[in-house]
Design a protein around this ligand. Structure first.
Ligand SMILES: C[S@@+](CC[C@H](N)C(=O)[O-])C[C@H]1O[C@@H](n2cnc3c(N)ncnc32)[C@H](O)[C@@H]1O
Length: 223
């Protein structure tokens, strides 16, 4: 990105990140697509992703992962008014949610440079949507649904506590992360058990992620 701006970053991520499948990216997208039942849209071309065609739609591995996460949530989105996503990256999950459910009021909380990427991406794709971009948690937000994908294990203990205080103001929390990861702050190992989840929250599901090795996702009903 420093060299070429935002034009090609999804291409280099797809071919050089840990999900890299060398010259096999299109076949990889087709393979992981079998975990999704409803492929109903083209991906955005922001960042020039590696894509293939499935059911007449232009799809990327990010689009498939986002659809997979949203199918797992298994809630009636017509009853969800507000979503707050922490650590949204360039906004791949927000893209699918806002395409399917344009009524959503969406808040993204992230740090630079991801926050600026998400702003550039989502305001271009959804010029009329109600999207707010924040840099720190808002502990009075009260969103219906909180989403935190591959971010909780990047936070310090203080940040984690602050974010869980904010989540407690909502109705549902969906998160996805490494099954275990060493916390660079203090050398302890992160797992779901190390998150400060109040015992009164009801876990709706927890499963191993069949797409991304060593990941799991889980969802909680908060109130
Ligand atoms: C591995 S990326 C995941 C991005 C996105 N959720 C996805 O799955 O494509 C981690 C994200 O967490 C964000 N992040 C890191 N520290 C954060 C913090 N203190 N508050 C909010 N977001 C943070 C990063 O900027 C980045 O957007």
């Amino acid at each position: 990105m420093l060299k070429n701006g935002t034009q090609g970053f999804r291409n280099t991520v797809a071919t050089r990140y840990f999900t890299d499948r060398r010259n096999d990216n299109e076949a990889y997208i087709k393979r992981i697509a079998r975990h999704v039942t409803n492929i109903d849209m083209d991906d955005s071309m922001f960042g020039n992703p590696v894509t293939t065609e499935i059911n007449g739609h232009i799809v990327s591995q990010d689009l498939i992962n986002s659809m997979f996460e949203i199918e797992a949530m298994d809630i009636d989105f017509s009853r969800i008014k507000s979503v707050c996503e922490v650590g949204a990256g360039y906004g791949r999950t927000a893209y699918v949610l806002l395409k399917r459910f344009p009524h959503l009021k969406y808040t993204i909380i992230d740090i630079s440079p991801a926050l600026d990427l998400a702003r550039e991406h989502l305001t271009k794709e959804f010029p009329n949507a109600d999207i707010t971009f924040l840099r720190v948690p808002d502990k009075s937000l009260g969103a219906d649904l909180y989403i935190a994908i591959s971010v909780l294990t990047e936070l310090s203990e203080k940040e984690l506590a602050d974010y869980f205080e904010m989540f407690a103001t909502g109705k549902y929390l969906y998160f996805k992360d490494w099954k275990s990861k060493v916390n660079p702050d203090n050398g302890t190992t992160f797992s779901e058990d190390s998150f400060p989840i109040p015992s009164k929250w009801k876990r709706m599901f927890k499963r191993d992620d069949p797409i991304t090795y060593n990941f799991y996702d889980a969802m909680y009903k908060i109130t």
